[in-house]
Design a protein around this ligand. Structure first.
Ligand SMILES: Cc1cc2nc3c(=O)[nH]c(=O)nc-3n(C[C@H](O)[C@H](O)[C@H](O)COP(=O)(O)O)c2cc1C
Length: 176
């Protein structure tokens, strides 16, 4: 798949096949691509906790508050993305420039993860609705949990949806 194909095929999966485990080499490829993600001052202010088995179920439960994300327990793997401290240069830059580089870095990391997963034939959903305190306890993390990414194989009947996006006219302006 080239990048255009990945962008067209990636979608948030909310119907997983709970019986189909993610192959170790595919998980490894996803984590390797995540490792190559760019970040402010190359600070890489994040950590990925790979949860499978009982811990995946526990993390899934912690994303299901108020009836949200009920599909998460079906995903065999949960990738927990938590914050790590800024390196000094990025932290100083963030203060001086009033820019939250860490959130940006975590967003890019998540894009790399979800796109490589698509290239590997796997499906993902980025979850921002989560119980930080519970997941920190489950995963023994000190940094804030910013996102959880569900990972697995979509059910056979989970078809590619038409993307609803702003038009290019709304999204982009050109100036000289
Ligand atoms: C930061 C972030 C948080 C999100 N949180 C959730 C979530 O908690 N539950 C969910 O079902 N989808 C969540 N999504 C998925 C978005 O709803 C989805 O990406 C968007 O509707 C576009 O659809 P698509 O990913 O299928 O193209 C989140 C996406 C992002 C980027």
């Amino acid at each position: 798949m080239n990048f255009t194909e990945i962008a067209k095929n990636r979608q948030s999966c909310r119907a997983y096949n709970p019986n189909k485990m993610v192959e170790q080499e595919k998980l490894q490829a996803i984590l390797e691509s995540a490792r190559l993600s760019p970040s402010a001052c190359n600070g890489q202010p994040y950590h990925i906790t790979v949860c499978t088995g009982k811990s995946a179920k526990k993390v899934a439960k912690a994303t299901e508050g108020l009836g949200m994300n009920k599909f998460a327990t079906q995903a065999p793997v949960m990738l927990v993305i938590s914050e790590m401290p800024y390196v000094m240069t990025a932290g100083t830059g963030a203060k001086i420039k009033h820019n939250d580089y860490r959130s940006i870095d975590i967003g890019i990391l998540s894009a790399y993860i979800t796109c490589e997963a698509t290239a590997q034939g796997l499906s993902t959903c980025i979850l921002g609705w989560l119980d930080d305190a519970k997941i920190r306890e489950i995963c023994d993390l000190s940094g804030q949990v910013r996102l959880v990414i569900t990972l697995g194989y979509a059910k056979d009947d989970d078809k590619l949806r038409t993307k609803k996006r702003k038009s290019l006219d709304e999204l982009v302006s050109f100036i000289e």
